[in-house]
Write a new protein. Sequence first.
Length: 162
Amino acid sequence: MAAATNDLKNEKVKLLDDYFAKEHLNFFHKRVTGNASDTVVYITAIPAGAYKLLAAVITDNSIYTIVRCHLGDRIPGAADEAQFLEYLRNLNAHHAFFKYAMNQDGGLYLDVCLTARDDHFDPEMVRTTLNLLVYHMQESYGDIVRWLSKPGDAEKELNGTY
């Protein structure tokens, strides 16, 4: 997340908690990090065809809210690395709302960054983003998983056995 001011409180938490309760969205695991940025992460699983992927809504005391989905892992430096990176570039070029990124360990993620000051933060946008993510993964994950050495598995990740 971007530089957050250490003396500010994460006001989005109450708004999200109230919204999730009002809408009976009880499928999130809330994790409070207790760090200087007042980061709180809401974790859930989303369907992607035959798979369940770990998704997180990451909030802090900045203007940013990140929706992140772990898609799975690749073997770093695989023989088809150049083709895979071109595939990711094409996905990113065609999907302005979603951004795909791979870390140095081969973890593949899809991110969406929402921005809003506390007085303009709308939890419904988080829900809309998650709905779009689910739709997009239902449409795209079958192609993406072919590039992975290990598909995402929310249950194993949540239980620490991934």
